[in-house]
Design a protein around this ligand. Structure first.
Ligand code: FE2
Length: 254
């Protein structure tokens, strides 16, 4: 059984199309989305419509919650600064540029999903099992916290999103996976990110897949809609713009 996980699309329709097409070429049996369909990007409506039309099993991210309920903040724990400002501007814009039907769909997304494939049990949450919408489970999350998170679940594999950083970790005999972000990568590689997981006879193998997409079109849409230019910078660089001097690295030509 071949599963695909993706998330953090953030209104990037071009990235979503590229990821779904790549999954189809790779013969995926089932597709799961880890939330944050909207926010930041210029196509929240088209992204949600596509997810609805294709009947992709999806859980709620903090941005889906914020847009669905027309909130004033995404609940992200950014320090005050330009990233927070840009997030707030894009959230307001996303609420204004989605239909009631789309916001209703976002409100009704489940906060977690548990299922079994060939004897292997999976738990999907956007953040963490202990704080489903907002906790960041990062590569540098302290081991004690990771242990606590893993102890709280019965499943064998936890798949989450939210950090926009692909991650694979073994913690106390369980697997913690993050496919990275399809529509707003932050690991220095601007290509869309998702994950393929093969389950065969109780064995789990995985691959993080990176896909080139038409970033130019997404950037043009950001400009045409008068959204902050930083939203385009993040897509071009594949990382956030608020990291401070000396921490910015990216690879030219990718
Ligand atoms: Fe996100």
């Amino acid at each position: 059984m071949r599963l695909a996980f993706f998330g953090d699309v953030h209104g990037n329709f071009e990235a979503l199309k590229a990821v779904l097409e790549d999954m189809e070429n790779k013969g995926v049996d089932e597709v799961f989305c880890l939330g944050d369909l909207v926010g930041y990007g210029p196509d929240p409506e088209a992204v949600v419509q596509t997810i609805m039309e294709k009947n992709i099993k999806t859980i709620m991210g903090n941005y889906d919650d914020a847009v669905g309920y027309s909130k004033e903040s995404c609940g992200c724990s950014y320090a005050p600064g330009r990233e927070t400002e840009v997030g707030d501007i894009s959230l307001k814009w996303s609420i204004e540029n989605t239909s009631e039907k789309t916001r209703e769909f976002l409100r009704n997304l489940p906060k977690k999903l548990s299922f079994e494939v060939e004897g292997v049990r999976f738990l999907l949450v956007h953040g963490s099992p202990l704080n489903e919408l907002l906790e960041y489970v990062k590569p540098n999350t302290p081991p004690d916290r990771l242990k606590k998170i893993v102890e709280s679940v019965e499943e064998n594999v936890v798949v989450n999103g939210h950090t926009h950083l692909p991650m694979v970790k073994w913690v106390m005999g369980k697997l913690v996976l993050n496919p990275g972000s399809a529509g707003r990568p932050k690991d220095g590689d601007p290509r869309a990110s998702y994950m393929i997981v093969d389950v065969e006879n109780g064995t789990v193998s995985f691959e993080i897949v990176r896909v080139r997409y038409d970033v130019k079109t997404t950037v043009e849409k950001i400009a045409r809609n008068g959204l902050p230019v930083e939203l385009a910078t993040v897509l071009a660089l594949g990382q956030t713009f608020d990291m401070g001097p000396g921490k910015v690295t990216f690879t030219l030509g990718r």
